[in-house]
Design a protein around this ligand. Structure first.
Ligand SMILES: [Zn+2]
Length: 282
C-alpha cells in the first residue's frame, strides 16, 4: 500500500526555518511497528492475546495485569522487568505476550518472545556441523532486544550447560539494563532444596540477578473449590461461608502480596561476581 504523502519512500519534506529538510514520513512508524510485531516470534495461537483481552479472576491475576500495564506505560524510562510465576493455566504467557505486543505497538520497542526450551534447542543446534548459524547469531537478538520474553523458564531439564546459557542471557541483559519478562512454573521457597525451585533449576547467581532486575509476582488461579462454593451460593441465593481462620477452611490460596513479602524475606545475598563462562561449552 502506497502512502499518499511519501508515495512509499517513507521520507517527506518539511520546511525548517525556511529550509527544506527530509524527515521520516508518518507512515514509517506504522510500517516499522508492523514489521517488529511480525518479527517478534509470537506463536500463532497467541495471535489474539492482548492485555485488553486478559480476564483476571483472582487478586494476584489483577495484580499481575496492573504491573504489566504499568510496565508498558513507563517503558523505556523504567527498565525493570517482570517475573510471573505460578501454576499452569493462570494466563502468565497471555500476560507476557499482551505486554510485548503493547510495548512494540505503543512504544516502538524491538521485542522477542522465546519459549525457553525452543531457545536452548536453537542454540544447541548451532553446534551441529550441518547448521550454518552460529551460537551468537541465535543469541544476538535475545541479548540485544529492548524487551525479551522468556517463556516457561525452568521447564528444560537443568544441567551445567543450561544454567550457563541462561546465565549468559540473564547476566548480559542485566548489565545492559534491558527489560526481561519471565514466565515460569518454578517456585521460590525459603527451602532452596526444592527441585522445582529457581535456585535449583537456574543456580544462585541467575536467580539473584532476576530478583534484582525484575519485579516478581506470583500468579494464582481461582481455587476450583472457591468457584464451586460461589457457584453453589449463586444457585441457592446464599452468600458463601465466611472463611474460618483457625481451620483455614474456606481460605483462598496464597495471594501475590504475601508471596512477594516472603520473597523479600528470603532474598539471601548470593555471590554476585559472574564468572563470565562461555555458554558454548556443552
Ligand atoms: Zn508515507
Amino acid at each position: 500500500m502506497d502512502c499518499e504523502i511519501c508515495h512509499g519512500t517513507r521520507w517527506k519534506s518539511v520546511m525548517v526555518d525556511g529550509v527544506e529538510r527530509l524527515t521520516r514520513c508518518d507512515c514509517w512508524r506504522s510500517v516499522v511497528t508492523v514489521k517488529n510485531l511480525a518479527d517478534a516470534r509470537i506463536p500463532p495461537k497467541f495471535a489474539r492475546a492482548e492485555l485488553t483481552t486478559y480476564k483476571p479472576d483472582t487478586d494476584s491475576q489483577r495484580d499481575a495485569l496492573r504491573l504489566a500495564k504499568r510496565f508498558v506505560e513507563s517503558f523505556p524510562v523504567e527498565q525493570k522487568g517482570l517475573v510471573f510465576h505460578g501454576p499452569t493455566g493462570v494466563g502468565k504467557t497471555h500476560l507476557a505476550i499482551g505486554l510485548l505486543k503493547a510495548v512494540i505497538r505503543d512504544k516502538g520497542a524491538r521485542g522477542y518472545f522465546f519459549q525457553t526450551t525452543e531457545l536452548l534447542r536453537l542454540v544447541r543446534e548451532t553446534y551441529n556441523r550441518s547448521v550454518d548459524e552460529t551460537e551468537m547469531e541465535i543469541l544476538r537478538p535475545v541479548l540485544e532486544a529492548d524487551v525479551l520474553v522468556l517463556d516457561d523458564l525452568g521447564v528444560e531439564k537443568t544441567s551445567e550447560w543450561v544454567q550457563e546459557t541462561l546465565g549468559l542471557v540473564i547476566n548480559t541483559r542485566y548489565n545492559a539494563r534491558r527489560a526481561t519478562i519471565v514466565t515460569s512454573n518454578l517456585r521460590d521457597p525459603i527451602d532452596n532444596t526444592d527441585m522445582n525451585s529457581f535456585m535449583v533449576q537456574l543456580g544462585g547467581r541467575s536467580r539473584s540477578r532476576l530478583l534484582e532486575m525484575c519485579e516478581w509476582v506470583e500468579v494464582q488461579g481461582a481455587d476450583i473449590r472457591d468457584v464451586d462454593r460461589i457457584t453453589n451460593a449463586a444457585k441457592t441465593g446464599q452468600m458463601p461461608e465466611t472463611p474460618d481462620l483457625k481451620t483455614k477452611k474456606g481460605l483462598p490460596g496464597k495471594s501475590g502480596g504475601m508471596a512477594r513479602a516472603r520473597l523479600k524475606d528470603s532474598s539471601v545475598q548470593y555471590e554476585l561476581n559472574w564468572s563470565g563462562g562461555k555458554a558454548g561449552n556443552k
